[in-house]
Ligand binder design. Structure first.
Ligand SMILES: [Zn+2]
Length: 689
């Protein structure tokens, strides 16, 4: 065998439980070879029985003879070098998949055993190298995960297939196997393969080095899935060689391997993140790994605290004193968690698992374990579909929110308004409930919690003035806002009402309790009184520039009663008037010093024909004057308020004037036309319809 210590050890199941703290409870399970599913053949259960050797030898030699191949019981010089006879199936992402469970026994004595390296990794009378597959050997068997390939080119000289392939111990069942003879007459026995997995090639056909031969199984006298790889230098079992070169190899001095692997290869050959403990049932039941690449947060694993997972490492040649370093790396490469495990004993195959809290942030993480200088890693995803918004979810009509999903490969948005957006972010304008289904890069799916968006209507701003919005300097108006949570006026005020005394465009912004707002504007005009406008003087008449009632002053004394637009010069002196200007503002005119003069003499006036025709008129009438003295005349037209609308200087060369009067821009009404020289004043009125 196999020493008995190892028969007992597998039954030891170590379970460390240090007080469970919410932060990082440490639950470490150490699962040894029995529980990890690796069973080994031993002297009571040899890979190939004596009877089977006889049969294989006989069949092979008979076939070789038929095929005309060399048959020799000599140990010939090495000419064939062997490549590794296993490979993992394409796509298997484990870091490795095998370990040596037994080498060739170099000690011919019964009851004792030594391997080529002077160690004890063999069992009494074992003639081959047992390469076990690990972890989950029956799972690997079921899924054809480890293939047997030709170590060297040669001819198939024996082939048996179709036998049961899930044996667990001693029996006399036939194995599925191949014997291949190389060009130099040496042979390799490939034993225990999976039922009906063998190459379709038949006895007599040749294979090249590396060619597929079958799948590792547990057919024949086998304790579990492994390849029994046995090398003969010639045609009989007595020509057995050990392909490994070593100081205790009594069979041959040189290695038969093209590249000989080390005696032990301490390594973590697989890491995984599991939803709960892996299940290692009794042989030959297939193991249940319970691995996962996706963890939806919150996560609840069977037998685990909330949001905890099992982190597994599977070791080959675990070596006492060596330390494994484990890390969980964040998506950005920083360390989320790390811990170590130091081997207290050596084992050929062992599994360790650690309960660790999963990250809670959505992303792709890496579980990496380093042992004996090499690392093995596996990525996993924490999937937590969430929606983030670029502002509060209650927002004002006319604005929007951008909703963004956790990063993923695919997005599918659903909401009460529309369905089918597939982008990471969407812009929403309307009230509704929104959620997103994401599919991560590893294919993990998660649905976000729904979020509710509420679009609230905006308030309406209304400005109410308490009086006219156009007024004269010295007056004011109060502008009142409607009720709101907040007020902001363009003049800087934050009160509900403002008092306005100056011209301007006043803008009010009201804000409601949701922060939604509206604006309104009002234009206020404040007029400056038109003070200092000159008084017009026509002959002895004074015309105020203002509207009635007009207050006249002579030498600063009011002229009583007379409130018309015009008055007659009463006494020479200083005149001014006060009244309402065109904006309705009370104004005071410029002062004028006037010396009263006499009107044109009756005789002279009587001789003059002076008329506007037609009168009333719809168009420009004509001024017709006859019989006046030649000279310079001033022509002026006043409206009923005394304002001058037209002023022209005319020259009468003879005794007459004829002139078209432009009135098209005048509004309908009564107009006063005056024509005066230094000595005379002529007046007439006309009406424009
Ligand atoms: Zn074996």
């Amino acid at each position: 065998m196999k020493n008995n210590t190892h028969k007992i050890l597998p039954y030891i199941f170590l379970f460390f439980s240090i007080s469970l703290r919410a932060q990082d409870p440490l639950i470490q399970n150490i699962t040894l070879s029995k529980e990890s599913g690796v069973e080994e053949n031993n002297q009571n259960n040899p890979c190939i029985s004596v009877e089977q050797y006889k049969l294989i030898e006989h069949r092979s030699n008979e076939n070789a003879q038929k095929l005309g191949l060399e048959i020799t019981s000599e140990r010939k010089a090495l000419t064939t070098s062997l490549n590794w006879p296993l490979k993992s199936k394409d796509g298997l992402s484990d870091c490795s998949y095998y370990g040596i469970s037994a080498y060739v026994d170099q000690n011919p004595a019964a009851g004792v055993f030594t391997d080529y390296n002077c160690g004890t990794n063999t069992y009494d009378a074992h003639r081959g190298t047992d390469i076990a597959i690990y972890p989950y050997p029956f799972f690997k068997l079921d899924h054809d995960e480890v293939e047997v390939i030709s170590a060297a080119a040669g001819t198939i000289i024996d082939k048996v297939d179709g036998n049961f392939d899930k044996n667990c111990g001693a029996n006399n069942l036939q194995a599925n196997y191949l014997v291949i003879q190389h060009a130099d007459g040496s042979r390799v026995l490939y034993f225990h393969m999976k039922k009906n997995s063998l190459t379709s090639k038949s006895i007599g056909q040749t294979v090249i080095q590396g060619e597929f031969l079958g799948v590792v199984g547990s057919s024949g006298n086998s304790s579990g899935p492994h390849l029994h790889f046995e090398v003969w230098a010639g045609s009989t079992v007595s020509t057995l060689v050990d392909p490994y070169e070593g100081s205790c190899n009594m069979l041959n001095t040189q290695t038969w391997w093209a590249v000989q692997k080390p005696y032990t290869e301490p390594a973590i050959i697989k890491v995984s993140v599991n939803t709960t403990d892996a299940v290692f049932p009794a042989c030959p039941t297939t193991e249940t790994p319970n691995e996962a690449r996706c963890f939806n947060i919150p996560f609840k694993g069977s037998g685990l605290p909330d949001d905890y997972a099992k982190f597994y490492i599977f070791m080959r040649n675990e070596t006492q004193g060596k330390t494994a370093e484990m890390k969980i790396l964040n998506p950005d490469g920083t360390v989320f968690n790390n811990w170590t495990y130091t081997s207290s004993t050596s084992y050929k195959f062992s599994a360790r698992n650690f309960s660790k809290k999963l990250p809670s942030v959505h992303g792709t993480y890496k579980f990496i374990a380093t042992y004996n200088g090499t690392s093995c890693e596996q990525t996993f995803e924490v999937v937590k579909a969430e929606i983030t918004a670029n502002g509060p979810l209650k927002f004002c009509e006319g604005t929007n929110r951008v909703l963004t999903a956790s990063p993923a490969k695919k997005y599918a948005w659903n909401n009460s308004i529309s369905i089918g957006d597939t982008t990471q972010s969407i812009t929403v304008y309307k009230s509704g409930t929104y959620y997103v289904t994401i599919t991560s890069f590893e294919g993990c799916v998660d649905i976000s919690p729904p979020i509710t968006v509420e679009v609230v209507p905006n308030p309406i701003a209304v400005i109410t003035p308490d009086g006219p919005i156009n007024f004269c300097e010295g007056f004011m108006v109060t502008l009142a806002s409607n009720n709101a949570a907040g007020y902001s006026w363009s003049n800087g005020a934050n009160t509900k009402n403002i008092i306005v005394t100056q011209s301007g465009n006043y803008v009010l912004t009201v804000t409601d309790q949701n922060g939604c707002s509206d604006t309104s504007a009002i234009k206020i005009s404040v007029f400056t009184p038109q003070n200092g406008v000159p008084i017009s003087v026509i002959g002895d008449s004074l015309f105020s520039p203002y509207y009635m009632p007009v207050y006249w002053y002579l030498n600063n004394n009011p002229i009583p009663v007379d409130t018309g637009i015009n008055i007659k010069c009463k006494d020479s002196g200083l005149y001014y008037s006060a009244g309402y200007d065109s904006n309705g503002c009370f104004s005071i005119s410029d002062t004028i010093t006037l010396k009263c003069k006499t009107t044109a003499s009756t005789s002279e006036v009587d001789k003059v024909k002076f008329m506007v025709w037609p009168n009333p008129t719809n168009e420009n009438p004509k001024l017709v004057v006859n019989g006046i003295k030649p000279g310079i005349y001033s022509l002026e037209i006043f409206d009923m308020y005394g304002r001058i609308l037209l002023h022209e200087v005319l020259s009468a060369g003879e005794n007459q004037i004829e002139k078209e009067i432009p009135v098209s821009s005048f509004p309908s009404g009564l107009y006063l036309l005056t024509l005066q020289s230094n000595t005379n004043l002529f007046l007439t009125k006309f009406i424009k319809n």
